[in-house]
Ligand binder design. Structure first.
Ligand code: NAP
Length: 334
């Protein structure tokens, strides 16, 4: 029988985590019982929100327990099924442990059609990050022709889809990302109208003024911090700000004081709305259907950064905070 491996949370991080917070260990091979499926993880997703689950605090999702297996989005192959829902050889996705072999409850898994698109996309453009861009941009951002939509974290999994959706709706898309290669990709491969490399300057204000001569109507905020302070100073009347993520603050030990934003929101009659993608769970099929159709028409493109080797999951996760990924960051286990 093959050996099984898992990755547990060995200690809670303070500030920027390093690999010592994780532990790779051997574990028992699961014994299947009636109603369940035995699955083997193929693609494991690393996501910024997981940083929040590593510390103990009240949130929309409970924290990971110490010395327990981390869990997250996984695409897995069904090895054995004791359920009528799936057969051996099917690909499924859902929240599963960071473990090579595990048991899944079919009620919480979704079948992935391996013929329709590469199965990895079920964790990215046709999964939670694509859906986050879709609902955040369309439900809260609501861009219309002629407007300017700014997206931070624009070369990441959510951001690159959010910017392309703004363009589909007829808005100008302006992306902010952290390297020349990322800026080049979103401009020349994805068709963003302007892009700013925020790591090239200490003050992105003048770059924003050049990229957004008519101000900002939609700001899809993935990062927070100083970048968002600068964008929000430039919003137009009736601007909409989908508050998607604040990655620049996830490792902060003291939350830095920024400008007070309420006067800007008030005087521009602007809307800033936070959202969690699970709020839209009953509309996921709609979102996946539309994203898949846009992909087929060539109107949505995507990138993935794939790191090979289950044991590299910790390193991959940490790479989110240094911006090592273009598009969705995944680990391929075998
Ligand atoms: P991602 O953008 O693919 O990866 C994270 C990226 O964040 C990195 O590549 C890096 O790109 C950027 N980054 C890291 N540290 C930064 C910093 N200090 N300042 C500015 N940028 C920084 O990740 P994702 O999965 O698409 O998630 C993007 C955001 O959406 C995250 O904040 C995440 O928490 C949020 N999110 C929210 C929901 C929801 O339900 N609301 C769902 C999914 C994701 P650069 O090279 O450009 O710095």
């Amino acid at each position: 029988m093959e050996k099984n491996k898992r990755i547990v949370l060995a200690k809670r991080p303070e500030g920027l985590p390093d690999e010592s917070i994780f532990r790779l260990e051997e574990c028992e091979f699961p014994r299947i019982s009636e109603g369940l499926v035995l699955v083997k993880g193929v693609y494991f997703s690393v996501d910024p929100y997981m940083r929040g689950r590593m510390i103990e605090r009240r949130s929309y999702i409970p924290p990971f327990s110490l010395n327990e297996t981390i869990s997250g989005g996984v695409v897995a192959e069904v090895i054995e099924s004791r359920s009528g829902t799936f057969q051996a050889g099917d690909y499924v996705t859902g929240m599963l442990p960071w473990q090579i072999y595990s048991l899944g409850d079919p009620r919480f898994l979704r079948k992935v059609d391996a013929k329709a698109a590469p199965v990895s996309t079920a964790l990215g453009v046709l999964g939670l990050t694509g859906l986050t861009a879709y609902f955040g941009m369309l439900d809260i951002g609501r861009p219309v022709p002629g407007e300017t939509a700014v997206v931070s974290g624009a070369a990441g999994a959510v951001g690159m889809v959010a910017g392309q959706i703004a363009r589909i709706r007829g808005s100008r898309a302006v992306g902010i990302a952290g390297s020349a290669a990322k800026v080049d990709y979103i401009l020349n491969e994805l068709g963003f109208d302007a892009a700013i490399d925020y790591k090239k300057t200490d003050d992105i204000g003048p770059d924003l003024d050049r990229a957004c001569p008519d101000g900002v109507d939609v700001y899809f905020d993935n990062v927070g911090g100083g970048i968002s302070d600068e964008v929000i100073q430039r919003i137009n009347d009736n601007a909409r700000i989908p508050l998607c993520g604040q990655i620049s603050l996830y490792n902060a030990t003291d939350v830095p004081m920024g400008p007070r934003l309420q006067p800007v929101l008030l005087t521009r009659s602007a809307l800033m709305q936070g959202f969690i993608i699970s709020n839209y769970a009953d509309r996921f099929q709609e979102g996946i259907g539309q994203l898949a159709a846009w992909m087929k028409e060539g109107r949505i493109k995507y990138a993935e950064t794939i790191i090979d080797g289950f044991e590299n999951l910790p390193r991959a996760f940490l790479g989110l905070f240094s911006g090592e990924n273009l598009g969705k960051l995944l680990v391929r286990a075998f």
